[in-house]
Design a protein around this ligand. Structure first.
Ligand code: FES
Length: 228
Protein backbone atom coordinates (compact mmCIF):
# COMPACT_ATOMS: atom_id res chain seq x y z
CA UNK A 1 0.00 0.00 0.00
CA UNK A 2 1.25 3.46 -0.83
CA UNK A 3 2.39 5.57 2.10
CA UNK A 4 3.33 8.74 0.18
CA UNK A 5 0.79 11.02 1.78
CA UNK A 6 2.13 13.63 4.22
CA UNK A 7 2.50 12.66 7.84
CA UNK A 8 1.35 14.83 10.71
CA UNK A 9 4.70 16.59 10.72
CA UNK A 10 4.59 17.63 7.05
CA UNK A 11 1.95 20.34 7.20
CA UNK A 12 1.70 23.53 9.18
CA UNK A 13 -1.08 24.08 11.69
CA UNK A 14 -2.65 26.67 9.39
CA UNK A 15 -2.64 24.27 6.47
CA UNK A 16 -4.29 21.61 8.60
CA UNK A 17 -6.94 24.06 9.74
CA UNK A 18 -7.67 24.94 6.11
CA UNK A 19 -7.96 21.30 5.21
CA UNK A 20 -10.35 20.58 8.04
CA UNK A 21 -12.85 23.25 7.00
CA UNK A 22 -13.16 22.30 3.33
CA UNK A 23 -16.54 20.98 2.26
CA UNK A 24 -15.29 17.94 0.40
CA UNK A 25 -12.01 16.25 -0.39
CA UNK A 26 -11.24 14.25 -3.53
CA UNK A 27 -8.96 11.27 -3.11
CA UNK A 28 -5.80 10.88 -5.16
CA UNK A 29 -6.13 8.30 -7.90
CA UNK A 30 -4.72 5.22 -6.20
CA UNK A 31 -6.81 2.64 -7.98
CA UNK A 32 -3.59 0.82 -8.89
CA UNK A 33 -3.00 0.15 -5.20
CA UNK A 34 -6.43 -1.28 -4.47
CA UNK A 35 -6.21 -4.62 -2.73
CA UNK A 36 -9.77 -5.27 -1.67
CA UNK A 37 -10.36 -8.95 -1.11
CA UNK A 38 -13.47 -10.37 -2.76
CA UNK A 39 -16.33 -11.51 -0.59
CA UNK A 40 -16.19 -15.27 -0.60
CA UNK A 41 -18.88 -17.85 -0.18
CA UNK A 42 -19.11 -21.60 -0.15
CA UNK A 43 -22.60 -21.53 -1.63
CA UNK A 44 -22.98 -22.69 -5.20
CA UNK A 45 -24.67 -20.06 -7.34
CA UNK A 46 -26.96 -21.17 -10.12
CA UNK A 47 -26.30 -20.23 -13.73
CA UNK A 48 -29.57 -18.30 -13.88
CA UNK A 49 -29.88 -16.31 -10.66
CA UNK A 50 -33.33 -15.89 -9.15
CA UNK A 51 -34.81 -12.43 -8.76
CA UNK A 52 -33.93 -12.66 -5.07
CA UNK A 53 -30.30 -13.32 -5.93
CA UNK A 54 -30.29 -10.55 -8.53
CA UNK A 55 -31.64 -8.09 -5.97
CA UNK A 56 -28.96 -9.14 -3.51
CA UNK A 57 -26.22 -8.70 -6.11
CA UNK A 58 -27.58 -5.28 -7.08
CA UNK A 59 -27.58 -4.30 -3.43
CA UNK A 60 -23.98 -5.38 -3.00
CA UNK A 61 -22.97 -3.38 -6.09
CA UNK A 62 -24.66 -0.24 -4.78
CA UNK A 63 -23.15 -0.75 -1.34
CA UNK A 64 -19.66 -1.06 -2.79
CA UNK A 65 -20.18 2.14 -4.78
CA UNK A 66 -20.89 3.98 -1.54
CA UNK A 67 -18.08 2.23 0.29
CA UNK A 68 -15.52 3.46 -2.23
CA UNK A 69 -16.80 7.01 -2.65
CA UNK A 70 -13.80 9.18 -3.65
CA UNK A 71 -14.97 12.03 -1.43
CA UNK A 72 -15.55 12.43 2.26
CA UNK A 73 -19.20 13.23 2.87
CA UNK A 74 -20.25 16.37 4.78
CA UNK A 75 -21.36 14.09 7.61
CA UNK A 76 -17.93 12.42 7.76
CA UNK A 77 -16.15 15.77 7.63
CA UNK A 78 -18.29 17.17 10.42
CA UNK A 79 -17.48 14.23 12.69
CA UNK A 80 -13.78 14.29 11.83
CA UNK A 81 -13.57 18.03 12.48
CA UNK A 82 -15.15 17.48 15.88
CA UNK A 83 -12.57 14.81 16.74
CA UNK A 84 -9.66 16.93 15.54
CA UNK A 85 -10.83 19.98 17.45
CA UNK A 86 -10.56 18.13 20.75
CA UNK A 87 -7.34 16.19 20.07
CA UNK A 88 -3.84 17.31 21.10
CA UNK A 89 -2.40 16.04 17.79
CA UNK A 90 -3.93 14.40 14.67
CA UNK A 91 -2.69 10.85 15.29
CA UNK A 92 -4.59 10.82 18.59
CA UNK A 93 -7.88 10.59 16.68
CA UNK A 94 -6.80 7.70 14.44
CA UNK A 95 -8.96 4.95 15.92
CA UNK A 96 -12.02 7.17 16.36
CA UNK A 97 -11.58 8.57 12.84
CA UNK A 98 -11.45 5.03 11.45
CA UNK A 99 -14.65 4.26 13.34
CA UNK A 100 -16.31 7.28 11.73
CA UNK A 101 -15.38 6.02 8.28
CA UNK A 102 -16.52 2.48 9.07
CA UNK A 103 -19.78 3.67 10.56
CA UNK A 104 -20.59 5.55 7.35
CA UNK A 105 -19.20 3.08 4.80
CA UNK A 106 -19.43 -0.29 6.52
CA UNK A 107 -15.70 -0.94 6.21
CA UNK A 108 -12.42 0.87 5.48
CA UNK A 109 -11.25 0.45 1.90
CA UNK A 110 -7.87 1.63 0.59
CA UNK A 111 -9.65 4.57 -1.03
CA UNK A 112 -11.26 5.50 2.29
CA UNK A 113 -7.93 5.14 4.08
CA UNK A 114 -6.26 7.53 1.62
CA UNK A 115 -9.07 10.05 2.02
CA UNK A 116 -8.84 9.90 5.79
CA UNK A 117 -5.04 10.15 5.71
CA UNK A 118 -5.09 13.29 3.60
CA UNK A 119 -7.78 14.93 5.69
CA UNK A 120 -6.48 14.30 9.20
CA UNK A 121 -2.82 14.45 8.14
CA UNK A 122 -1.83 11.02 9.47
CA UNK A 123 0.05 8.74 7.09
CA UNK A 124 -1.70 5.85 5.34
CA UNK A 125 0.82 3.43 6.85
CA UNK A 126 0.09 4.64 10.37
CA UNK A 127 -3.67 4.45 9.89
CA UNK A 128 -3.38 1.03 8.32
CA UNK A 129 -1.36 -0.28 11.27
CA UNK A 130 -4.02 1.01 13.67
CA UNK A 131 -6.81 -0.51 11.58
CA UNK A 132 -5.00 -3.83 11.39
CA UNK A 133 -4.40 -3.91 15.15
CA UNK A 134 -8.07 -3.46 16.07
CA UNK A 135 -10.25 -6.47 15.33
CA UNK A 136 -13.37 -4.40 14.93
CA UNK A 137 -12.03 -2.21 12.11
CA UNK A 138 -12.71 -4.05 8.86
CA UNK A 139 -10.26 -3.68 5.97
CA UNK A 140 -12.39 -5.73 3.61
CA UNK A 141 -16.06 -5.61 2.78
CA UNK A 142 -18.35 -7.24 5.33
CA UNK A 143 -22.04 -8.02 5.50
CA UNK A 144 -24.68 -5.93 7.20
CA UNK A 145 -24.39 -8.00 10.37
CA UNK A 146 -20.97 -9.18 11.52
CA UNK A 147 -21.10 -12.16 13.87
CA UNK A 148 -18.23 -12.38 16.33
CA UNK A 149 -18.54 -15.68 18.24
CA UNK A 150 -15.79 -16.05 20.81
CA UNK A 151 -13.17 -18.69 20.09
CA UNK A 152 -11.38 -18.32 23.42
CA UNK A 153 -10.63 -21.34 25.58
CA UNK A 154 -13.36 -20.70 28.18
CA UNK A 155 -16.04 -20.47 25.52
CA UNK A 156 -14.69 -23.52 23.71
CA UNK A 157 -14.88 -25.53 26.93
CA UNK A 158 -18.51 -24.47 27.32
CA UNK A 159 -19.60 -25.43 23.81
CA UNK A 160 -18.22 -22.60 21.73
CA UNK A 161 -16.83 -24.98 19.12
CA UNK A 162 -20.28 -26.44 18.51
CA UNK A 163 -21.87 -22.99 18.47
CA UNK A 164 -19.48 -21.75 15.80
CA UNK A 165 -20.05 -24.91 13.77
CA UNK A 166 -23.81 -24.36 14.03
CA UNK A 167 -23.44 -20.79 12.73
CA UNK A 168 -21.38 -21.98 9.79
CA UNK A 169 -23.87 -24.73 9.05
CA UNK A 170 -26.90 -22.45 9.22
CA UNK A 171 -25.40 -19.69 7.08
CA UNK A 172 -23.32 -21.95 4.80
CA UNK A 173 -20.20 -19.89 5.37
CA UNK A 174 -16.85 -20.47 6.99
CA UNK A 175 -15.06 -18.03 9.29
CA UNK A 176 -14.02 -14.94 7.35
CA UNK A 177 -16.74 -15.37 4.75
CA UNK A 178 -19.90 -13.41 3.90
CA UNK A 179 -23.25 -14.79 2.82
CA UNK A 180 -24.11 -14.20 -0.86
CA UNK A 181 -26.92 -11.82 0.09
CA UNK A 182 -24.37 -9.68 1.96
CA UNK A 183 -26.37 -10.13 5.16
CA UNK A 184 -23.89 -11.86 7.48
CA UNK A 185 -20.14 -12.08 7.88
CA UNK A 186 -18.63 -14.55 10.32
CA UNK A 187 -15.49 -13.40 12.15
CA UNK A 188 -14.66 -15.29 15.36
CA UNK A 189 -12.66 -13.32 17.92
CA UNK A 190 -10.53 -14.39 20.86
CA UNK A 191 -11.74 -13.87 24.44
CA UNK A 192 -14.44 -11.20 24.49
CA UNK A 193 -14.00 -10.60 28.21
CA UNK A 194 -17.20 -12.30 29.29
CA UNK A 195 -15.93 -15.76 30.19
CA UNK A 196 -18.48 -16.11 32.99
CA UNK A 197 -21.18 -16.01 30.32
CA UNK A 198 -19.53 -18.52 27.97
CA UNK A 199 -20.11 -19.26 25.21
CA UNK A 200 -20.73 -15.71 24.01
CA UNK A 201 -21.00 -13.81 20.75
CA UNK A 202 -21.03 -10.13 19.79
CA UNK A 203 -23.29 -9.01 16.95
CA UNK A 204 -24.81 -5.63 16.14
CA UNK A 205 -23.17 -4.11 19.23
CA UNK A 206 -24.85 -6.61 21.58
CA UNK A 207 -23.28 -9.36 23.64
CA UNK A 208 -25.23 -12.62 23.51
CA UNK A 209 -24.40 -14.84 26.54
CA UNK A 210 -24.80 -18.53 27.36
CA UNK A 211 -25.40 -19.57 23.76
CA UNK A 212 -26.76 -22.99 22.92
CA UNK A 213 -27.38 -24.66 19.58
CA UNK A 214 -31.10 -23.87 19.83
CA UNK A 215 -30.45 -20.28 20.86
CA UNK A 216 -28.00 -19.60 18.05
CA UNK A 217 -30.43 -20.69 15.32
CA UNK A 218 -33.18 -18.50 16.77
CA UNK A 219 -30.80 -15.59 17.26
CA UNK A 220 -29.61 -15.63 13.65
CA UNK A 221 -33.22 -15.67 12.47
CA UNK A 222 -33.94 -12.66 14.67
CA UNK A 223 -30.86 -10.77 13.46
CA UNK A 224 -31.82 -11.56 9.88
CA UNK A 225 -35.33 -10.28 10.50
CA UNK A 226 -34.03 -7.08 12.08
CA UNK A 227 -32.34 -6.12 8.86
CA UNK A 228 -35.18 -6.96 6.48
S1 FES B 1 -13.06 -17.12 26.32
FE1 FES B 1 -14.95 -16.42 25.47
S2 FES B 1 -15.37 -14.64 26.59
FE2 FES B 1 -13.48 -15.30 27.43
Amino acid sequence: MSGDLPSSGDASTDEQADNHTQATYTAPDNSHTQNVLPVQSTRTESASPSSETSNALAKITNRQAVDNSPQLSPCEIKQLDKLLASAPYPAAVSIDALKVIQQQRGWVSDTSLSLLSAYIQVSVAELDSVATFYNLIFRQAVGEVVLHPCDGISCDLMGGVEVRAAISQKLHINPGETTPDNRFTLIPLPCLGACDKAPVMIASKHVYPHLTLNKIAQLIDELDGDKK
